[in-house]
Design a binder for this molecule. Structure first.
Ligand SMILES: Cc1cc2nc3c(=O)[nH]c(=O)nc-3n(C[C@H](O)[C@H](O)[C@H](O)COP(=O)(O)OP(=O)(O)OC[C@H]3O[C@@H](n4cnc5c(N)ncnc54)[C@H](O)[C@@H]3O)c2cc1C
Length: 408
């Protein structure tokens, strides 16, 4: 009979406690400062690199955890520490995954180490897909990559926006249109090596939350990269485009499903980030409610407060279970027949927004000040329902998957 357990094994517990230690001892004390500075916390990233927490090896180990829980566990602990700093630490992973998923062995070996640098000289990487007119509607992307056959070079032009680490990255991974006829199936990803002429940082955004994470526009003006910078190589691209053209003529369903499966597998990681922030705010609120006295008794003595905390914790645990289910499904190759990955991201991100707002309320006036971390956590939580597909887009995906109808 198949064994069923929801207990983390010894190794997982050890890794979780190790990350938690870093989150509590290094990230938490630095969180308010970097939030105010609205700058990338390089010294904290360097600390993470020194202990091996900021490295490809670490993420690869978690990624290949056969239970699927390695990544969600790591994300929850890091984002429990601080969401802005955590995104600065894991943002490079988004670009690295782009290369790992689509790159050749040579590309992985060449570029991924340059994304991280080393403990003495840390680097970050950026994944640039979103554009001013192509957010939820990825198919309307305009950044164009044209092949210059004579020189075996690709020439990229366009403007990317909202890029985490955009402009300060050592390596940028840029998604661009190679065949405008094919919509999102005519896109390809390119490595833009360090110091490539034509790539510049546009506006750096001043944000509502996760302010320690750098977010900016990336402008590409006649950016020339060697043919070897096309992820996966030209031959594979040509084959893929030919298949996409054929499938588009035959209805396009299978190509669409492959792309959907990738998102279903990556979205639980964002759900886990949201669980981390929600849990952090809940813990602050619980502690506060037990110690703050009004009317001669701790405020948790009132059902109005205690029941809120009960609901907060119940929703956080439910969110984690959805995240863990989807992560387990991804690693064991189960089909996402009900868009379970999107469900986990939708639910966890909405829970984070709600729970952090409740935490502010439970701390009263103190919750409204920057003296207490729930104020920052509440601002940070707002990102989860926006990036990696907004809540509305998750609902669209779930509804389409459940109904098989082209709901708009
Ligand atoms: C801090 C931050 C970091 C980011 N990091 C990156 C990054 O590293 N790389 C990257 O490529 N992108 C990144 N993004 C971009 C992010 O993924 C997009 O912001 C997101 O996909 C939404 O796109 P949009 O902002 O253009 O909103 P829009 O698509 O314009 O949406 C606006 C509103 O309309 C709603 N809406 C749109 N279409 C529909 C529909 N069909 N049905 C119902 N409602 C709809 C949306 O849900 C939303 O509420 C980041 C964004 C932020 C804010």
């Amino acid at each position: 009979m198949a064994e069923f357990t929801m207990e983390l094994n010894d190794e997982q517990r050890e890794v979780r406690d190790w990350i938690h230690g870093f989150a509590a001892d290094v990230m938490r004390p630095a969180a308010a400062e970097w939030d105010e500075r609205e700058e990338t916390p390089w010294p904290v990233i360097q600390e993470a690199a020194k202990i091996g927490l900021y490295s490809l090896d670490f993420y690869a180990q978690q990624f290949f955890d056969p239970t699927g829980l390695g990544i969600p566990m790591a994300m929850e602990e890091l984002f429990w520490g601080d969401a802005g700093i955590a995104l600065s630490i894991v943002g490079t992973g988004l670009a690295a995954v782009g290369v790992l998923a689509n790159g050749t062995e040579e590309q992985i070996g060449t570029w991924v180490p340059q994304m991280y640098g080393d403990a003495n000289d840390v680097k970050v990487a950026a994944f640039c897909s979103s554009e001013p007119d192509a957010g939820s509607d990825v198919a309307s992307m305009r950044t164009r990559a044209v092949y210059d056959e004579a020189k075996d070079e690709w020439v990229l032009n366009g403007t990317k926006t909202w890029a985490t680490n955009g402009g300060i990255a050592n390596v940028h991974v840029v998604v661009a249109v190679v065949d405008p006829e094919l919509g999102s199936k005519g896109h390809a990803s390119f490595i833009i090596p360090p110091n490539t002429p034509g790539l510049s940082q546009g506006q750096k955004f001043q944000k509502h939350g996760i302010r320690a994470s750098h977010t900016a526009e990336v402008v590409l003006e006649d950016v020339r990269v060697p043919g070897s910078c096309l992820l996966g190589g030209k031959e594979k691209l040509d084959e893929r485009l030919a298949r996409a053209r054929e499938k588009a003529r035959a209805g396009g369903e299978r190509v669409k499903n492959a792309a959907m499966a990738t998102f279903e597998a990556s979205r639980p990681a964002v759900g886990a980030m949201a669980v981390g922030t929600a849990r952090a705010a809940y813990e602050e609120a619980l502690e506060y409610a037990k110690t703050r006295e009004q009317f001669g008794r701790p405020i948790i003595d009132n059902q109005g407060v205690a029941f809120q905390l009960a609901d907060m914790r119940t929703q956080i645990d439910a969110a984690r279970l959805l995240v863990w289910r989807a992560s387990w499904m991804a690693v064991t190759g189960k089909p996402f027949t009900s868009a379970e990955g999107s469900m986990s991201k939708l639910f966890a991100s909405e829970v984070a927004k709600k729970v952090t707002a409740q935490a502010v309320q439970i701390l009263g006036g103190n919750g409204f000040t920057r003296e207490y971390p729930v104020e920052r956590m509440h601002r940070d939580a707002a990102i989860y329902t926006i990036f990696e597909g907004t809540s509305e887009i998750q609902r669209l995906v779930i509804a389409r998957t459940l109904s098989g109808m082209p709901i708009r």
